[in-house]
Ligand binder design. Structure first.
Ligand SMILES: *[C@@H]1O[C@H](CO)[C@@H](O)[C@H](O)[C@H]1NC(C)=O
Ligand SMILES: *[C@@H]1O[C@H](CO)[C@@H](O)[C@H](O)[C@H]1NC(C)=O
Length: 315
């Protein structure tokens, strides 16, 4: 999600060359029930070890759970004390419950983030029953956006407005700021030895090598241009990353990037089916049957549709 977009970056987007298109089959697997809600949008996704998808809502303080096998879903938790939810990621915690960290902000209207409203929360499962707790209010933060598990007990959280990435301890809420001068930081992802991020100001996807505390050990490399929101990394068994799948937010599509060359292909376009709408996040399935299926958010596609999840078959 983008809290504010400058006219310059809009111009860049409009002037960019058309991309190659290589359509992968995709279909809607879930929409929020009820009449069309043109304001609704899912912001970010995580997939549970059991294969269910957790989806944060940007227009409400809600996390929804969707089972892609049965294509059913429902409201999992309503977060009292939050307004708009942003990034979510699982975090490994030794010998403890299945735990996620997510962030919230107060975004009263598009592109308006209330200063001082940032909070970080945990969602834990005790069997099937979820519980939410406030981990830390961060009034000093700007807009907490992308979020990624870093190592046992710690997550990285991108702050778009303060142009920084924090490393937070999930037990205590204490944090360091290992990555600074991160202009436009939006999606943040981790692969062995590296932090990857999207910069929506200049629309680049970059990575930097990091040490065990996420401090940079080299210079940042730009891997691709003309990308903006969150993304999924295709991490191989040996930990290397060959491709990224980027949610191209306002383009209502998912773009595949070959990281070695920066070559891009639109794998799925017109995700909303209305010709417009947001796509803000993409994640791979975690069941044997859906490891090559990418789940992506759609929302704000006009008066006739509502927020939902599409499944893109990359097998
Ligand atoms: C943020 O959430 C509130 C409800 O908590 C909603 O009224 C508002 O429209 C949301 N903002 C956006 C940009 O969706
Ligand atoms: C988007 O998809 C819908 C449903 O397949 C189709 O009717 C519509 O023409 C498409 N719109 C654009 C702009 O491609």
């Amino acid at each position: 999600m983008i809290p504010s977009l400058t006219p310059r970056s809009l111009t860049l987007a409009l002037l960019s060359a058309p991309l190659l298109t290589s359509a992968a089959p995709f279909e809607s697997i879930f929409s929020i029930p009820g009449p069309p809600n043109p304001s609704a949008w899912f912001e970010n996704l995580a997939v549970r070890p059991n294969g269910n998808i957790l989806a944060t809502r940007g227009d409400a303080p809600e996390i929804w759970q969707i089972d892609p096998a049965t294509r059913t879903g429902s409201l999992l938790v309503s977060v009292s004390g939050a307004f708009n939810l942003t990034g979510i990621s699982q975090v490994e915690i030794a010998a403890q419950q299945e735990t996620y960290v997510f962030a919230s902000a107060y975004i009263p209207a598009p592109f308006q983030v209330e200063p001082g409203s940032a909070k970080v929360w945990t969602l834990s499962f005790n069997g099937a029953s979820p519980s939410v707790s406030l981990l830390k209010a961060l009034p000093e933060a700007g807009f907490l956006n992308g979020l990624a598990g870093f190592d046992e007990g710690r997550v990285l959280i991108g702050d778009t407005l303060n142009e920084a990435v924090y490393l937070m301890d999930v037990e205590t809420g204490t944090y360091t700021t290992p990555l600074v001068s991160m202009s436009g930081v939006n999606g943040v992802q981790v692969a062995p030895g590296y932090v990857y991020w999207a910069n929506h100001n200049v629309q680049t996807l970059s990575r930097v090598s990091v040490d065990g505390d996420a401090l940079p050990t080299g210079s940042a490399e730009v891997l691709a241009t003309n990308q903006i929101d969150d993304f999924a990394l295709d991490v191989r068994g040996d930990g290397t990353v060959r491709k990224a799948y980027v949610a191209a937010m306002y383009d209502n599509e998912v773009v595949e990037v070959v990281l070695a060359t920066g070559a891009k292909t639109v794998v799925a376009d017109n995700l909303s089916g209305s010709g417009s709408g947001l796509c803000t996040s993409a994640v791979f399935g975690r069941r044997a049957a859906d490891r090559r299926v990418l789940y992506a958010t759609v929302g704000q596609g006009g008066e006739t549709v509502t927020a939902g999840i599409v499944a893109i078959d990359l097998s």
